[in-house]
Write a protein that binds this ligand. Structure first.
Ligand SMILES: Cc1cc2nc3c(=O)[nH]c(=O)nc-3n(C[C@H](O)[C@H](O)[C@H](O)COP(=O)(O)O)c2cc1C
Length: 228
């Protein structure tokens, strides 16, 4: 596939065809392409655990549920869930009846479930001393995660990233025998899409790209934007 088409159609896939397993050679090729992702200092601190044991999947799914419930509760109460800028009060009521079945089933039934972790010792976290949550550390692992999704799309597969399990990292680490100092970046479900998305909804370039200043001229497609 054309790279631009891959990029423009790699939407989140949460439903997979029941019969199609991901061939081992295909999964291998996905990771073999994804590994060309950039990382700070080319440290490549990633590790992929392919979780196939149903019991393990179930326990990782259960760990995801607690954060999912809180996410839905905070959103229902009108907050941006898990915001670090404007966090919801800790005592937001978690209503009964939050539908978790679909989410649990997605993790249990996906043809492949990958847990992507990173060795924290490999990261140069340039914003570690700033008075805000760090964002730079993730920059050495999430390009790899995105590459997995792009490589999967190129193979006719699809996937969705999930980070709920990270909220239960201490317990998940025990389940996965994660060495000390390694962190979970994402869980990815992979398989053959039940429906292939052909058109994603995204904001146009004009809504986020400016020249010289954050509030500068909107970047135009006709070459350099005017600066006055
Ligand atoms: C950090 C991150 C966490 C995400 N967590 C979930 C998740 O837990 N469950 C899920 O179904 N999708 C998850 N997604 C997928 C997003 O919902 C998806 O990228 C977004 O809604 C756009 O959907 P589209 O690509 O189908 O247009 C996550 C994506 C990212 C980047």
């Amino acid at each position: 596939m054309e790279l631009s088409k891959v990029m423009r159609t790699s939407g989140a896939v949460r439903e997979f065809t029941a019969d199609d397993q991901v061939q081992p050679s295909v999964l291998y090729r996905v990771l073999d392409n994804a590994r060309f992702a950039p990382s700070g200092g080319n440290q490549q601190g990633w590790h992929v655990t392919v979780v196939r044991d149903p019991t393990l999947r179930r326990r990782l799914a259960d760990l995801s549920v607690a954060a999912f419930r809180r996410y839905v509760a905070e959103q229902s109460a009108g907050y941006r869930a898990f915001s670090v800028v404007d966090p919801a009060p800790t005592d937001v009521e978690i209503p009964d009846g939050i539908p978790i079945d679909q989410m649990l089933a997605a993790i249990e039934n996906a043809p492949e479930v990958l847990v992507v972790t990173v060795d924290l010792r490999t990261l140069a976290v340039l914003d570690r001393d700033l008075d805000r949550p760090s964002i730079v550390g993730g920059a050495s692992i999430y390009p790899f995660v995105q590459n997995i999704l792009l490589a999967a799309r190129d193979e006719g597969l699809g996937g969705a990233v999930s980070t709920f399990v990270v909220a239960g990292e201490p317990e998940a680490a025990l389940l996965l025998n994660l060495p000390r100092g390694h962190a979970i970046a994402a869980m990815i479900q992979l398989g053959r899409p039940l429906h292939q998305v052909t058109r994603l909804t995204r904001h146009p370039v004009e809504s986020f790209a400016t020249v010289d200043r954050f509030d500068g001229d909107v970047l135009s497609s006709g070459g350099r934007a005017r600066t006055s």
